[in-house]
Design a protein around this ligand. Structure first.
Ligand SMILES: [Ca+2]
Ligand SMILES: [Ca+2]
Ligand SMILES: [Ca+2]
Length: 301
């Protein structure tokens, strides 16, 4: 961890003036999103966060917030990553990253769904197919506490493949989707790790869009129940998650798993509300202090 770097923050402040239905007629629906930006230098630890408030400015703590982040060249960095809710906070959701080397403006889009509750499952075992275990146990992946289960790529083959098994996972009623969350470190900047979820219907590993790189201390992959058959990812109560390196590149490096969980999302009320917004992250080797005037203001749904 780079303690010396300033933990700069980037704030998406969601101010929601929620719509309401009157006699089944949509009378008013207004959502406003205010964005505050902060400059990062490459390799700075960064954080995207937002605060979700209802029409009475009360925090919404039971939501699913997803963000997508685009590189300055407009290619996708993250697609629909589930943000972490900050426990005990007033509607704060966050996502950490390490600023990439590409300078410029990173566009961010965000959407939150509420009221959505979660079930939490932690890994029961792992199967190290390629690579070596350096330290730690499966229990170390149950808590986001900088205590790691650490592997290393095989010294000769430079390959790493580790499969985690989750037992006794249930799909709740009114399931809206699932998220695979990972927190940790990958230390080979020359290659990335692919993240897979086992598909019991087709007996194959499904590669998920968001990968582990040296710029991702946190990765999540969300699977929407309207797009995926979630029951295919739970076989006899088991869920399988796999991390696999890209290739033989760089040196034989370390993969540290701080936290890993599978969350099932479910709706607790009939109607699911959503709000969308956008923002930006600036990455530049020359930093300047953020000003109140700088932020862009955007998007409404
Ligand atoms: Ca490798
Ligand atoms: Ca390597
Ligand atoms: Ca841990």
């Amino acid at each position: 961890m780079r303690k010396e770097t300033i933990l700069a923050v980037f704030l998406i402040s969601f101010t929601l003036i929620a719509g309401y239905f009157l006699n089944n007629l949509l009378v008013q629906r207004k959502a406003k999103i205010k964005i505050f930006g902060t400059e990062y230098s490459p390799q700075d630890e960064g954080r995207v966060f937002l605060q979700l408030l209802d029409e009475n400015f009360k925090p919404i703590n039971n939501a699913l917030c997803l963000i997508s982040i685009y590189y300055p060249d407009k290619t996708e960095w993250f697609r629909n990553v589930s943000m972490f809710y900050l426990p005990g906070s007033d509607g704060l959701y966050y996502f950490d990253f390490i600023a990439p080397a590409d300078e410029g403006v990173y566009m961010v889009s965000a959407k939150c769904f509420y009221v959505i509750e979660q079930t939490y499952d932690y890994a029961d075992s792992y199967n190290l197919v390629k690579g070596i275990r350096i330290s730690g146990t499966i229990e170390n992946t149950w808590k986001d506490d900088s205590v790691y289960l650490t592997f290393r790529e095989n010294l000769l083959s430079d390959r790493l493949e580790v499969q985690f098994e989750f037992d006794d996972v249930r799909i709740p009623a009114n399931n809206t989707g699932m998220t695979i969350y990972w927190v940790g470190r990958w230390e080979d900047s020359h290659e990335y790790l692919k993240v897979y979820l086992y598909d019991f219907c087709n007996s194959t590993w499904l590669e998920l869009p968001n990968r582990v790189t040296t710029n991702t201390p946190m990765v999540s992959n969300y699977l929407d129940a309207s797009v995926y058959n979630i029951s295919c990812f739970v076989g006899g109560g088991k869920v399988g998650v796999k991390f696999e390196d890209q290739a033989v590149v760089g040196t034989a490096e370390y993969f540290r798993v701080d936290f890993l969980d599978v969350q099932m999302h479910y709706a607790t009320y009939g109607q699911i509300n959503n709000i969308r917004g956008g923002g930006e992250i600036h990455v530049s080797t020359k930093k300047f202090e953020p000003s109140e005037e700088m932020p862009g203001i955007s998007i409404i749904s």
